[in-house]
Each structure stands twice: as C-alpha cells, then as structure tokens.
Design a protein around this ligand. Sequence first.
Ligand SMILES: Cc1cc2nc3c(=O)[nH]c(=O)nc-3n(C[C@H](O)[C@H](O)[C@H](O)COP(=O)(O)O)c2cc1C
Length: 356
Amino acid sequence: MPCALCHVRGGNKPIIKMNTPPIEDNLEKNIPMLHIGSLRLENHLIMAPMAGITNLPFRMMVKRYGAGLVFTEMVSAMGLSLNQQKTLAYLKSHPQEKPLAVQIFGNKPHVMAEAAKIAVDAGANMVDINMGCPVKKVVKTGAGASLLKNPRLVSEIVLAVRKACPIPLSVKIRSGWSPAAPNALDIAHIIEDCGADAVTLHARFASQGFSGQADWSWIKRVKQHVGIPVIGNGDILTPQNALDMKTETGCDGIMIGRSAANHPWIFRQVLQLEKGLPAPEPGLSERRSLILEHFNLLSRATGEKGAALTMRGFLLRYAKGLPNSSRFRGNIAQVKDLQSLMTLMDDYFHDPENEE
Ligand SMILES: Cc1cc2nc3c(=O)[nH]c(=O)nc-3n(C[C@H](O)[C@H](O)[C@H](O)COP(=O)(O)O)c2cc1C
C-alpha cells in the first residue's frame, strides 16, 4: 500500500537537500560510527525519544539533517498488547527515516515482551525500553524511572524482552532515582548481563526531572563499567557540546533532545565540526524551507488543519534565537492552514532586516 506521506503537496522531493552521506563517506571523513548489535548506524548521533515531538514527520526532518538514528516517543506496552489503534499508530514508519528505534514503556515483563514483538512485526529496527521517564503518570504505574528502584524487575523485563526480540535492544536510564540512590552502574551492569545491546544514560537523577545540570561524569563511569555501547545524553546545548561529551566521557553515541527539537540542524552542525569544517547556523531562507517542508510532512500525515495545530509548537521552537521575532512569535496562534502559515512567513522571512 502506498504510504500517505508520499502523496502530499510537493511530491516526494525534499525541499531541503541534506540527505546524509553514505557510510563510506563518513568513514573517510572520520565521522565516528556506531554499531548496536547488528545495527550499523551511519554515524553516532541520535535524536532522543520525545513525547509530542518525535512523531514521523519530525523524525524525517532530523534524519535529513543527519541524525544516525531516530526514536519514536515512548509507546505504552499495555496499549500495544491490547491492540489499541491509537497506540499502534505510533509505530507508523517510513523508509526515509530508517533505521527507527521504537521505545516502549511498562512494568510487566510479559506485556513488554509482547509489545516488543509487535514493534518488530511493525518494522522497527531496534527496540528501546524506557527506564528514565520521571513523569508522575508513568512512574505511578511502576514504569519509566521507577524501575530503577527495582533492579530485580529491571532484569526480568530485559530478559523477557530480549527473549522476544530478535533485533537490537537498548535501555534508556537515568543516573539513579535520586542522589541518595545513584545506581546507574549496577543497573547498566544488569542490563548488559540480561542481553541488551546498548544502554543510554540521561545523566540526571529521576528526582531532578529536567532541572539542574546533567552530570556527564556518570556517563564516563557507566562507559568504564560495561562492555556494550554507551549512549550519552543530557544538556547538549551547542554542536561543540557534543564533541565535548565524547571527549570527556568516551561514550559511543550522543543523544540530543531539546536542542534538536528547537534546532534540528544541530546534527548537521556536529557532523560539520567533526569533519573540521565550520558549522554555521542556517540562514533565513533555509529556515523558511525547513518550516514549509515540516508543514508538508505534517499535512500528509494529518491533513492541513491538524498540521497547523502541531506546527504552532514547532514554530515557537524554530523561532528561538531569531532576531526581531517577537511579532512572528506573537502571530503563531493565527496559523490555521498553509495560507496563514505563508502569510506569517512572508512577513518575517522576506525582511532583510531580520537576516542574522
Ligand atoms: C518534551 C519532552 C518529551 C520527552 N519524552 C521522552 C520520551 O518519550 N522517552 C524518553 O525516554 N525520554 C523522553 N524525554 C527525555 C529526552 O529523551 C532526553 O533524555 C532529555 O530531554 C535530556 O536530553 P537533552 O538535554 O538533550 O534534552 C523527553 C523530554 C522532553 C523535554
């Protein structure tokens, strides 16, 4: 069946031409690669799973900017196992975003195993288990970061999912539940012993939520403690930060969350720096193209009205740091279709005064 995303305004041709170079090119140019189990990624940069953000259109955007791996947002294992259509929709994918990691959350080993099988059947290239989400709604069900308080259940879940899942498997954790229980090393060790192929560490305690500064020394310690690839995450605020994390911690992969949600081109910038090239911010015309491209992708997935609503949040993020953008930001709520989006953009992006 043809994919809905392939039949939208603008056809198949991306407005932004930024497809990542072949793996061989990256090898030549010293771009570090990353192997997770049998998965051979074209580089070591990863878009973080983010609820409400890493939907299919956004994943296709960051993929075009060079992310080596993209994740779905966390998907309820229970919802998948109950065959809930709304939950199954999160597994929808497109060849242009591959490889895709599907992240599942839950706290029952057999349900998690069932969900992993469903993800594999839907075409996932990797399954990831969420053991880092600190949000109350998730934690109170015994899932997400609350699993860090129960190492035995961690092992039961990873073992069950490993058994059910013939493709690469990773687990995303925090440094521990709280500074009083900093058990990332023990948990990472269990995860490795139970057969996972990689571990991602968001170097904050669950009790911190997203506040305070990520302490990368935990990434370094986990890297020294386990043999599987370690993906570092937390507070990559600039392209240079990605290189610094790699040097300071020795991590194998770098996962970027909020900065990439605001500035998806950060992946291209990191790759440029790694090649020893300048990594400029995109100019106005590229940002305009990016917004149009993103809107087109969203329209294909949800129709123009739905796209306009979703796009409003992204417009606020994309406008972060733009000069003289207060009127632009103030008018974002008026976007209800392609026409009103074009009006908003013509007003800002065609004004040479706004060129950085
Ligand atoms: C809006 C939002 C949604 C998120 N959703 C998820 C999620 O679904 N699964 C997950 O493992 N982490 C989730 N995270 C955490 C990010 O993946 C990442 O670990 C965190 O933002 C730290 O990385 P950063 O400093 O690069 O943003 C979310 C974070 C934010 C801000």
